[in-house]
Design a protein around this ligand. Structure first.
Ligand code: FES
Length: 190
């Protein structure tokens, strides 16, 4: 995989890359790595595969493959102690999925629209998170957290996972967690 490093340019979100339902990820005021891998199934208007921007954080063990039950999310904190996420075995292959069936993914639990809580909203039948209780945004967890309905326009931040034996590790985040001005430094908006 080729990777390049880019630096976005402000602290207030003005330099944030525009992300639509089709465009995937963003950058704001942080040094991030632009993965050289296209996102399967997601292309721009010209048919060029979209790429994901990824911020790297310290590696953290968050669970075991053998302990996951299909459709039963497990909560964990990452990359900061205050940030809630879920780890879930979808039962269907997913973008960024790990495990034999490529169906284990992890996502942040704050809605990208205005930070609404998505806790307890996982829909096993459709592998979706939502609707958000505030304005009904719903995210497709098989497609990198893409918005499929509601007021939100930005994909849900996806936690980047790696496997070592049976252990699942979080190693980064694709997208900006709501309320944070910087992905890497973790500083919150004032
Ligand atoms: S805060 Fe979630 S849809 Fe508005």
């Amino acid at each position: 995989m080729n990777a390049i490093t880019i630096q976005a340019h402000d602290d207030n979100g003005a330099g944030r890359q525009c992300v639509s339902r089709r465009a995937f990820l963003l950058s704001s005021g942080a040094i991030v790595s632009l993965a050289g891998l296209g996102i399967p199934g997601l292309v721009d208007a010209a048919g060029t595969p979209l790429q994901a921007l990824r911020a790297t954080y310290p590696r953290q063990r968050i669970g075991k493959l053998s302990a996951l039950a299909k459709g039963k999310p497990v909560h964990f904190k990452y990359p900061y102690p205050s940030v809630d996420n879920i780890l879930v075995k979808l039962g269907a292959p997913a973008g960024g999925g790990i495990g034999v069936e490529l169906d284990v993914v992890a996502f942040n639990l704050q809605c990208t629209h205005m930070g609404g809580p998505l806790h307890g909203s996982y829909k096993e039948a459709h592998q979706m998170l939502g609707p958000c209780p505030l304005h009904l945004t719903t995210f497709d967890l098989t497609r990198h957290g893409m918005v499929v309905a509601g007021h939100g326009t930005e994909s849900l931040p996806q936690i980047v996972l790696e496997v070592a034996g049976d252990d699942i590790h979080a190693v980064g985040v694709m997208g900006l967690i709501y309320g944070y001005a910087h992905n890497v430094t973790g500083s919150r908006r004032g």
